[in-house]
Ligand binder design. Structure first.
Ligand code: ADP
Ligand code: MG
Length: 378
């Protein structure tokens, strides 16, 4: 449906059919929170929700960019590709710029975008549009770029052109994920591994509860957590918290606050590795336990949860989820719950009722089946 919408909108803009249609999915992190900037491990998977880009080459060296969702079109020439330009189109223009900066020849193009990844919900609508665009431009220009390098280029677009200082997680997930798998990413070495996550084969679903709470102080809190981690590294004399091997002796050498932050990061890294072992063995109850332990660690040691996500996690667990945790940077956003398929409806009802009783706004829920990364659709 999204594909057809992109094709129709492309015809509306140009009067012709596109040369092709490409998709880039949103992503969600199964486990491994605030580990990326500590050179640690993350385990995201791609969502069924994706950005769709219908595109054709142009011969005049210009780029026409349209968002169907925002009903806006902009046209740019090579001189208009200026890092720091504000606006939604900078995510697409940034991809053109990053490719050219890296020495790739990129012809002008018409690109028409539509996406069902919700904006700003922590599901990476930004990486979805970047990675769909990048995949389209790679194919249209016949470029040979390895998948991990595509993810890096999409990150350059977001970091250097849009100006958002994010890690590689979002773009790596949107580019490299495979259906029924999570993607292990070592944020130091950028080594990746596909980890089976065929939840439906096990009679399970991953239920996402978007609490729709977003707090304005998130940026400041994020900076404070990073500063605590850097401070702890200095005190411990290690390059990154990834390098803490003896947790107990490290904790004994740190002030109380730093100790709790470090305990979260170090145990969370271990939980990512343990989740890989659990998934390799098909041990979903163990995965559930690790998810719930991750939430407790974010709540008590890293102190990045808040009322609505805690309530969603507790209610899901009380209603029979195998495990549940907040996902994303924190202070609101989404919760993931691992649930038996026959319990989904009951858990959704229980969470809705709990939110209503607590006077919170209605949450949005959906099932997140691990899906394929960026690809050509048509
Ligand atoms: P997230 O990636 O968590 O959804 P970001 O703030 O990183 O949030 O990215 C959201 C931004 O990406 C939007 O403000 C908009 O500029 C751009 N964006 C995402 N999806 C679309 C879309 N369908 N059309 C136009 N711009 C989009
Ligand atoms: Mg984003």
């Amino acid at each position: 449906m999204l594909t057809q919408q992109a094709i129709d909108a492309f015809a509306g803009l140009t009067g012709a059919a596109p040369e092709g249609v490409w998709a880039g999915p949103g992503r969600i992190n199964l486990i491994g929170e605030h580990t990326d900037y500590n050179d640690g491990y993350v385990l995201p998977f791609a969502l069924p929700q994706a950005a769709c880009v219908a595109a054709s080459r142009r011969t005049d060296g210009r780029w026409r960019l349209r968002s169907v969702d925002l009903d806006e079109t902009v046209e740019l020439g090579a001189d208009d590709l200026v890092p720091g330009t504000p606006g939604w189109h900078s995510y697409l223009a940034g991809v053109v710029w990053a490719l050219r900066q890296a020495g790739h020849r990129v012809d002008g193009a018409d690109l028409v975008l539509t996406s069902d990844v919700p904006l700003g919900a922590g599901l990476s609508s930004s990486a979805a549009i970047e990675c769909a665009t990048l995949t389209a431009l790679v194919d249209l220009n016949d470029l040979q770029i390895a998948p991990i390098d595509r993810a890096k280029l999409a990150r350059v677009a977001e970091n250097a052109y849009v100006g958002a200082p994010t890690g590689l997680l979002d773009q790596a997930a949107s580019t490299l994920c495979k259906a029924d798998h999570a993607l292990f990413l070592d944020c130091r070495t950028l080594e990746t591994e596909q980890v089976p996550l065929a939840v439906t084969d096990a009679g399970l679903e991953i239920l996402v509860v978007d609490t729709r709470t977003r707090h304005s102080h998130v940026d400041g809190e994020y900076a404070a957590r990073r500063a605590s981690c850097e401070n702890a590294c200095q005190l411990l004399g290690v390059p990154a918290l990834r390098d803490v091997t003896d947790l107990d002796s490290a904790l004994a050498r740190l002030p109380e606050l730093e100790a709790r932050r470090v305990r979260h990061v170090v145990t969370e890294n271990q939980r990512v590795l343990d989740s890989m072992t659990a998934l390799a063995a098909g041990d979903y109850p163990e995965l559930g336990r690790l998810m719930t332990a991750s939430h407790a660690s974010m709540r008590d040691d890293y102190e990045i949860t808040e009322t609505s996500v805690d309530l969603a996690v507790e209610t899901a667990l009380d209603s029979g989820a195998l495990g549940a945790r907040m996902t994303g940077g924190g202070f609101g956003g989404c919760v993931l719950a691992l649930v038996r398929a026959d319990r989904v409806d009951g858990i959704v009802t229980a969470v809705r009722e709990a939110f209503a009783s607590a006077g919170l706004g209605e949450p949005v829920t959906f099932l997140a089946r691990p899906s394929a990364g960026a690809r050509r659709l048509v």
